[in-house]
Structure formats: C-alpha cells, structure tokens
Design a protein around this ligand. Structure first.
Ligand code: PMP
Length: 394
C-alpha cells in the first residue's frame, strides 16, 4: 500500500523536511547538453583516479584481509593520526587521534551533531544564507532556526551579539571558508570576535570546512576552534580535495563530544567503509596531498577568474556578486524586481542551470539571489553560457 507523503503515519520529524532542490536539479544536469552551474561537483578530470587505483591494488595485495573486515567505529587510527598531524602543521593545533571521528563524508557529521545536540524547539543559528544540506539535515530534529546576516568578511558580529542577548542559542553552524553558497571567507578578526561572543553565550559551534584547502592565495586563517576549542566542532572532508566517491570526512571535537558522536554513528552505520579508508591512507602515504591540492587550486582559480571576468564584463553593474578567493561558488544578487526562479526558467530554455538562492534560507528568502558553481564547467563553455545568462537579466 502507498503511504501519502503528508500521511500522519510518517513520523512528525520527517513531514516537513525540505526536499533538496539541488538533488532535483542535478537530475537535469546529467543531460550532457546542459551547462550546469548548479551542483557543487569537483571537476572529475582532477580526481587522482590512477593513483587511487595503484593504492587499491597495493591494499588488496598487502592488506586485503584487514581492509575487508569490520573495524572500529572511530575509524582507521593511522588516518586519524594523519589528519591530526595536518592540523598540527597548518595551525599548530594540538589535536589527538582520540578527538577525531571518521565519518561517511562530512554530511554524516552534520547528521550526528543533530542527533547529539538538537531537541525539538532548540534554537539553532545558521548564516544567512547557509548550506542546504545542513538546513535539511537539522530540520529533521525540529529546531527553531535563527539566522545571522553574512557580510563580505563573515557574519555580522554585532547582530550576532544582539540576537544572543535576546534569545540564547544551543548551536551555531557556519562555513567559515569559501562558504557554500556565498563564497564568503571569514576574516581573522571576525573569527576572534564571533568566537568570543559565542563562548560568552556558551553556544556549541560547528565550523564546517570542506573548502578551506582550496584557497587561491594559499591563505589559511586559523579556524574558530583555535579561539574556542571547548565547544567548537570542526568538520572536514576528503570530498573536495580528493574525491567525493570515497565518502570520507571527519569530525574534530573534545573527547566527550566525540564519544557521544561515536555511539550515534555506531547506531546508524557501525563504521565508515574500511576499504575506502585503507585506500585513502595508502594514497596519502605514496603521494603528496599538498602537490595534488596545488593542482586543484590552479585549476579552480583559473575557472573562478574566468567566471569573475564574465560577471564583470557581461553582466549589468546592478548585479552584485562575491569575488570568491577559494572554493567553488559565487553568489549573485539580481537587481530589484528580478527573481532567480524566473531567471532559471529562462535559462533552462538556453540549456543552462544554476541554483536559485531561495533554497539556502532558513527563514524569509531573498528571491533575487542565486548560486553559481564554477568548478565543473570548461572555460569556453562557461564564457558562452555566462554571456547568454547575462542577456536574460533586465
Ligand atoms: N558541508 C558543506 C558546506 C558542503 O558544501 C558539503 C558538500 N557539498 C558537505 C558538507 C558534505 O560533503 P561530504 O559529505 O561529501 O563531505
């Protein structure tokens, strides 16, 4: 028997979960004639497929039996030590492997955080706008969403303070580097100020950071964790720096939080794929991750520069956009009277897609905004499509 989507037989927590518009639009993107600025897909020609293949061969011939067996929920110890060492080198952070949980992509970490912290009615604050996947995931736990505005260098910290003085929050979720969807990066000052306010108000902070390594000018600003380690959780991912198909990410937090998250992970999937972890670790031992990231940076920076050039040269001045310094996205605000959804209808006729911004808001959306992804479109195709798109804006 078919259960109606709005049936009371479904649990209350799933009845109002938004469908991911991006997943829907990506179904259209599989048509090879479509130029897609919609997804957040890394460029597949940059996947180190050959090297991962070599690693897979080595793993099967030398450690096949271990790699194919069940293992610990926490994840492969050597991989966790590798991640800890990277934080030590990059930010002089003293993180032990016990503070790291390997997850099925950072998306699973978002889900585990929802499970361990959010009760129905809890105040959860997001950036305005925020990552759709977090919005979708947290909404399962039925929080009350609050939003704080984003400025060019991070959240509006004065507004954050004002809001927290009126209503305390349980959790603040942010993406401080090359944010999805806006491309914004928090300045050092903003990080320090935000951490100080959040600490005073005893909020739990999630710094989700899948894009930080893809910094075009190779500037690595210390994470919020550096200024508020007690209650900050850092999320990382191999999806954008190696390949999303591995489905490997991680969570860093104090041991107490990691213990709770580990129990939740045990309950949902026992552990992340052992085979993926072994292959990835072998890859990291036999290749330079930094060198690989350099290649990614060079490629994405070039694509980003092309897109910025198109926005500057083809689009009316009244269209505002983020000058991204890393990551994969820029964020447009159309002139008054325009609607990104309507623009998408027009663009579809030209076989171009993007994501209208309204999906990224937890409250009243700004219908003039949209997100463009530049990492997965060839430059000549990008130029032609951006020109066509610009002609559609009045
Ligand atoms: N957080 C953010 C901000 C993202 O943009 C994404 C992927 N687009 C994720 C988390 C999830 O990535 P993954 O599960 O592949 O690590």
């Amino acid at each position: 028997m078919i259960i109606q989507a709005n049936s009371q037989q479904f649990a209350a927590r799933v009845r109002n979960v938004p469908v991911s518009f991006i997943r829907e639009i990506l179904k259209v993107a599989s048509d090879p004639d479509i130029v897609s600025f919609a997804g957040g897909l890394p460029s597949p020609d940059l996947f180190p497929a050959e090297e991962l293949g070599e690693s897979a061969k080595r793993v099967f011939s030398k450690r096949g039996v271990q790699a194919l067996q069940y293992s610990s929920t926490e994840g492969y110890l050597l991989l966790r030590e590798y991640i800890a060492e990277r934080y030590r080198q990059r930010f002089k952070l003293n993180i032990s492997a016990e503070q790291i949980l390997i997850t099925n992509g950072s998306q699973q970490a978002v889900d585990l955080i929802g499970k361990i912290f959010i009760d129905p009615g809890d105040n959860v604050m997001l950036e305005r706008a925020s990552y759709l996947g977090a919005l979708q995931c947290f909404s399962i736990f039925q929080p009350v969403f609050k939003e704080v505005n984003l400025e060019r260098d991070g959240i509006d910290t004065a507004e954050l303070e004002d809001q927290l003085n009126v209503a305390p929050i349980k959790l603040f979720y942010c993406i401080p580097n090359f944010q999805n969807p806006t491309g914004v990066q928090y300045s050092l000052e903003k990080r320090k100020t935000a951490a100080e306010i959040l600490r005073r108000h005893k909020a739990i902070v999630i710094g989700d950071d899948p894009y930080g390594e893809i910094s075009f000018d190779k500037q690595h600003i210390p994470p919020l964790y550096s200024f508020y380690p007690e209650k900050t959780i850092m999320l990382g991912s191999f999806s954008k720096i190696i390949a999303p198909g591995l489905r490997l990410g991680w969570m860093v937090a104090n041991r107490e939080i990691i213990k709770k998250a580990t129990v939740m992970k045990q309950a949902s999937d026992l552990q992340s794929g052992n085979l993926s972890q072994y292959i990835l670790y072998d890859f990291l031992q036999n290749n330079s991750l930094d060198k690989h990231i350099e290649t990614l940076i060079a490629a994405y920076k070039k694509k980003c520069t092309t897109m910025m050039g198109c926005l500057q040269n083809y689009f009316p001045e009244s269209v505002k956009f983020t000058r991204s310094k890393g990551g994969m996205f820029t964020w447009l605000t159309l002139p008054e009277g325009n609607s990104a959804r309507e623009l998408l209808q027009q663009a579809l006729k030209e076989r171009i897609i993007f994501v209208p911004g309204d999906s990224f808001y937890a409250s009243e959306p700004d219908h003039r905004t949209l997100r463009l992804n530049y990492s997965n479109v060839d430059e000549p195709v990008m130029r032609a499509a951006m020109y066509k798109l610009s002609r559609l804006i009045i």
